[in-house]
Design a protein around this ligand. Structure first.
Ligand code: G3H
Ligand code: 13P
Ligand code: ZN
Ligand code: NA
Length: 283
């Protein structure tokens, strides 16, 4: 059934594991996520970005996630990923999202606090949980020189102030991960992560987790990460299978025979992630 993210994260906190937050933008990926969570008996967070909502349409994406949650016997949260705009966040709350991210990380600290605080005030009044972001989590496409890399990282002292002032339920810090496929091996700043956790005390969210080695993910979880965001690894598995099927039989004209197997491959990837995060069997 449908629950808040705060509920899911509280159990993860008590159990010392993390829950996967998987991005969706169509029916097959929503189904891959819910089937994986059911098969692993795991709580799950199904998230949609503003781009995904624009692509599918608000009504469709909400109906898909709602149906996934209603038909499931595991806890499911419906989460807005990287909400950047106050109006968009409000629209999601009104449409039934049980959790929202307000990403004010491109603003200076005081403005990030202001917008995040405004969202928390409204969201908490109606039982919706809020994730904030502090420090810039880059896209791998953004060329960042190593010398400049740490300038984007979250300052632990600022994180303490941000969490205290805003009252967010979860914090996404910048500690070296990036959205998309990595070119080399990502270098995570675990000392910084530990410090941020110590000074904030809230569940932490690891963005850009596709392509991060399993042992690094486990270590991050041991230091307080409770929500792990995965998009790219699902997209790749899905599209690789679409490509394989099209190449195997160029005369195939039934979308179900192409997207069905792609959905199955995505489901397998998600099941592996769920086991890695330690949430299997926790529902
Ligand atoms: O953080 C970004 C997520 O992977 C969603 O990406 O904005 O292309 O839907 P998107
Ligand atoms: P990846 O695409 O690297 O998995 O990042 C996903 C993410 O952080 C969504 O917010
Ligand atoms: Zn992200
Ligand atoms: Na990534």
């Amino acid at each position: 059934g449908l629950v808040t993210c705060a509920e899911i994260l509280a159990s993860a906190e008590a159990g010392g594991y993390a829950v996967g937050a998987f991005n969706c933008n169509n029916m097959e990926i929503v189904q891959a996520i819910i089937r994986a969570a059911e098969a692993e008996r795991s709580p799950v967070i199904i998230q949609a970005s503003q781009g995904a909502i624009k692509y599918a349409g608000m009504g469709y994406i909400v109906a898909l996630i709602r149906e996934a949650a209603a038909s499931a016997s595991v806890p499911v949260a419906m989460h807005l990923d990287h909400g950047t705009d106050f109006q968009q966040v409000m629209l999601c709350i009104r449409n039934g999202f049980t959790s929202v991210m307000i990403d004010g990380s491109h603003h200076p600290l005081s403005e990030n606090i202001d917008i995040t605080k405004r969202v928390v005030e409204v969201a908490h009044a109606v039982g919706v949980s809020v994730e904030g972001e502090l420090g810039r989590i880059r896209g791998v496409e953004d060329e960042v020189r190593v010398s400049e890399r740490e300038a984007f990282f979250t300052d632990p002292e600022e994180a303490r102030i941000f969490v205290r002032e805003t009252g967010v339920d979860a914090l996404a810090p910048s500690i070296g991960t990036a959205h998309g496929r990595y070119r080399g091996k990502p270098e995570l700043d675990f000392d910084r992560l530990a410090q941020i956790r110590k000074l904030t005390g809230v569940p932490l969210v690891l963005h850009g987790s596709s392509g991060v080695p399993g042992e690094d993910i486990r270590r991050a979880i041991s230091l307080g990460v409770r929500k792990v965001n995965i998009d790219t690894d699902i997209r790749e598995a899905f599209v690789a299978e679409v490509r394989r099927r099209l190449e195997a039989d160029p005369s195939e004209i039934d979308p179900r025979r192409i997207l069905g197997p792609a959905r199955e491959k995505a489901c397998q990837v998600i099941r592996e992630k769920i086991r890695l995060f330690g949430s299997a069997g926790k529902a």
